[in-house]
Design a protein. Structure first.
Lengths: 88, 295
């Protein structure tokens, strides 16, 4: 999906873990921690966002496997699309 | 005044009324108990009952707190309806119990009013079931529509089979009570069947179906962490609905004047405990979902 925004890609990954709450969760993280509107999310914000997500998701579950899997999926978004497709 | 303040008042009135209001000789005769024995048995049921009221209020208030956080979202109308159903169950435990205590006392003091107070009491409890299960059913249906899933072929048939078995036994026990055990509902056979048995069975069917549709939603919704919290919530709602159905069922057996009162009270305790556990699961599940929406 080449036209998909970065924000939507982050939400799509998050949907696997937070289901219907994914969009609201990511929008809140972007607004509260990066002080931006969700549509303004850029590639260079991603690593900071991932750090915040790691912290907040750790408050939701103690299952480190789930947390690491989720973070790994988000890290893949920081890589160029060719590399990302190879890793998936 | 907050819901918990109202609940506190209701508990005080309920305990006071059950300690001082008169008991009918007919009830004492049916149960083969003296007045003091009757009050002891009653208090042993009332105390855990009041604890369950508290858990019920805590559950619906926590659940509604979560619903307010997801305002304007796709699943919100469903959760709002379920929340209203849970609120009806919680208030429907306390308010009718207090009213019924006064109605019973009125019937004991004026035996000519026993029939009418009995009828009002029966319809009041029935109304709570109908309203609560209708709203929980509407919400559960809406949620299963969101994941575009219907209950399975086998699941539906098993549920209908179980429901028919419960329904037939319930009808038999009610008719038996009407004919041989002093007609506890004070209605003709036709009126009992048409206005007590059929609406109760309808309400219970809605309750069972709602539990099933909630489990369908919980199985198919996406999100590992969301699903864990939702499963806890869904299981809690199912446990509460099913326990409250069986409590109503056992109350009918109790009205049938079966000789084994201790066994019936034991069963009642078990389902009251399960209902309480169900409320606690609803509260913890809703808290976990709330956390997802707050952090």
């Amino acid at each position: 999906m080449p036209d998909e925004t970065l924000y939507n890609r982050v939400v799509r990954v998050t949907h696997v873990y937070l289901g219907p709450a994914a969009d609201r969760f990511i929008a809140r993280q972007v607004q509260n921690h990066l002080h931006k509107q969700p549509e303004e999310l850029s590639e260079k914000d991603l690593s900071r966002l991932i750090d915040w997500i790691r912290v907040t998701v750790s408050l939701l579950t103690e299952d480190s496997e789930v947390i690491e899997e989720y973070i790994d999926q988000l890290i893949l978004l920081t890589k160029p699309s060719k590399e990302r497709n190879r890793s998936m | 005044m907050s819901a918990f303040t109202w609940l506190g008042l209701l508990i005080i009135i309920y305990l006071f009324a059950n300690t001082v209001l008169p008991v009918s000789n007919q009830t004492l005769g049916q149960l083969h108990l003296s007045e003091s024995q009757y009050r002891m048995v009653l208090l042993s049921i009332i105390m855990p009952y009041c604890i369950i009221w508290v858990t019920g209020f805590y559950a619906y208030i926590t659940f509604n707190g979560y619903t307010r956080l997801i305002d304007d979202e796709r699943e919100m109308p469903a959760f709002r309806q379920i929340g209203f159903g849970l609120q009806t169950i919680a208030w429907g435990l306390a308010v009718p119990a207090v009213i019924n205590t006064f109605l019973k006392a009125l019937g004991a003091a004026h035996p000519n009013l026993q029939a009418i107070t009995g009828v009002i009491s029966a319809y009041l409890t029935l109304a709570v079931s109908l309203i609560a299960f209708t709203f929980i059913g509407l919400g559960a249906r809406y949620l299963s529509d969101l994941v575009r899933r219907r209950p399975s072929y086998l699941g539906t048939r098993l549920m209908v089979f179980g429901f028919i078995a419960i329904g037939i036994t319930y009808s038999y026990l009610t008719v038996h009570a009407q004919r041989h055990n002093g007609n506890p509902y004070h209605l003709s056979l036709f009126a009992t069947l048409a206005t007590i048995v059929v609406p109760y069975l309808y309400a219970w069917f809605l309750g069972f179906l709602a539990c099933y549709e909630l489990s369908v939603y919980a199985r198919h919704v996406k999100g590992v962490l969301y699903k864990n919290a939702l499963n806890q919530l869904g299981f809690g709602i199912s446990l509460t609905v099913i326990s409250s159905i069986f409590i109503q069922y056992i109350t009918t057996i109790y009205a049938n004047n079966l000789p084994n009162l201790a066994f019936i009270i034991f069963l009642l305790y078990i389902f009251l405990a399960l209902e309480g556990i169900g409320f606690m699961l609803i509260a913890t599940g809703a808290k976990r979902l709330k956390k997802i929406e707050e952090i």
